[in-house]
Ligand binder design. Structure first.
Ligand code: RUB
Length: 322
């Protein structure tokens, strides 16, 4: 069994599980920082003990939410950079590697933003779903280039991440129309692009993102509105190259109905026959996606596997595997 983790690591894990820390890139950043904290605080007496502690921290962070591959990709990146013969060398290399990861993540996001902004023209209207820092980076770069952009922001039930998107777009000076999810198809008439992020991208180019993305993409295709996915390469899911499918997180029913509402729906009946399901993500097939924008350039979804092989070709196993 693995040793206990630093309280700060446990707190970060709890924040990810409860979505105080959320969104694939932000989760990855927090996970790298937590590993650095574990390294910094470690009082391990031997290199072996130090490695065991770091593996335990990685496992605790990994077990929070299953869908965003940026999390295991971040853990793997940091743990693979752990090197040295002594505890102090291991500590220093882990901390440096985590920092490098965080710097690269921020740089990749701004590079991706510049690339993605090339798809947006002056006067364009963009429809968003959920809250994606990668997607916002594209909008921010377009605004910085002096383009006038308007946004139609889907509320995104049940957690209303659309409110975060709306607030950040207003901070950029972008006019925002906030709509309930059910109004999306109606408002697609006014949109020049659908722009979303991703939690994972599979080898066949499928995009795993906030539930509702797939329906939005199908409707957008029907209306002729191009769908753009902003996703750093850390969102590429290496296991899908060998046929693994991405696990879709099922969250608590209380996010959808309160205990009171549930009792009200059940009425006189026993509530055994009432099921409330709350999948947090869904899968958009590649044929509904026009472009995946990464920090390495834009790709049609069907060709993303080439980039994936180049970047993750030899990646296998769990992030904390020795
Ligand atoms: C967040 C979500 C975001 C992606 C991309 O879901 O689906 O679109 O994580 O975000 P949740 P980013 O709110 O359940 O975490 O571009 O910031 O990585």
């Amino acid at each position: 069994s693995l040793p206990a983790v630093d309280p700060d690591v446990a707190a970060t894990a709890a924040d990810i599980a409860e979505m105080e820390i959320r969104g694939a890139a932000t989760i990855a950043d927090a996970a790298a920082e937590a590993l650095a904290k574990q390294a910094e605080r470690s009082e391990a007496a031997s290199p072996k003990e130090f490695r065991r502690q770091l593996r335990a921290a990685a496992k605790t962070l990994y077990e929070t939410r299953p869908t965003a591959v940026s999390l295991p990709n971040a853990l793997r990146y940091v743990l693979r950079g752990m090197s040295g013969e002594t505890v102090s060398e291991l500590r220093a290399s882990t901390i440096a590697r985590a920092e490098e990861f965080q710097v690269d993540l921020a740089q990749a996001q701004s590079k991706l933003g510049e690339i993605g902004s090339n798809r947006l023209r002056d006067g364009d209207v963009v429809m968003t779903h959920c809250h994606s820092t990668d997607a916002l980076s594209c909008l921010e770069a377009a605004v910085e280039d002096g383009k006038e952009i308007e946004a139609i922001v889907k509320e995104t039930r049940p957690r209303k991440q659309g409110h975060i998107t709306a607030r950040q777009l207003r901070e950029l000076g972008v006019p925002v129309t906030l709509v309930v999810d059910n109004a999306a198809r109606r408002y697609l008439d006014r949109a020049d692009h659908v722009l979303v992020g991703a939690d994972s991208i599979a080898a066949d180019g499928s995009v795993i993102n906030k539930v509702g993305t797939s329906g939005l993409a199908v409707n957008a295709r029907e209306r002729g509105v191009p769908v753009m996915v902003a996703a750093q390469t850390i969102k590429l899911h290496p296991d899908t190259m060998t046929g693994h499918t991405v696990e879709i997180e099922m969250r608590a029913e209380r996010e959808v109905v309160s205990d009171e509402e549930r009792a009200d729906i059940a009425g006189e009946q026993s509530d055994d026959g009432l099921t409330v399901e709350n999948p947090a993500f869904d899968v958009t097939p590649p044929r509904y996606v026009d472009a995946i924008v990464t920090e390495r350039g834009q790709f049609p979804p069907e060709s993303i596997v080439i980039l994936m092989r180049e970047l993750f070709g030899e990646t296998t196993g769990e992030p904390w595997a020795p």
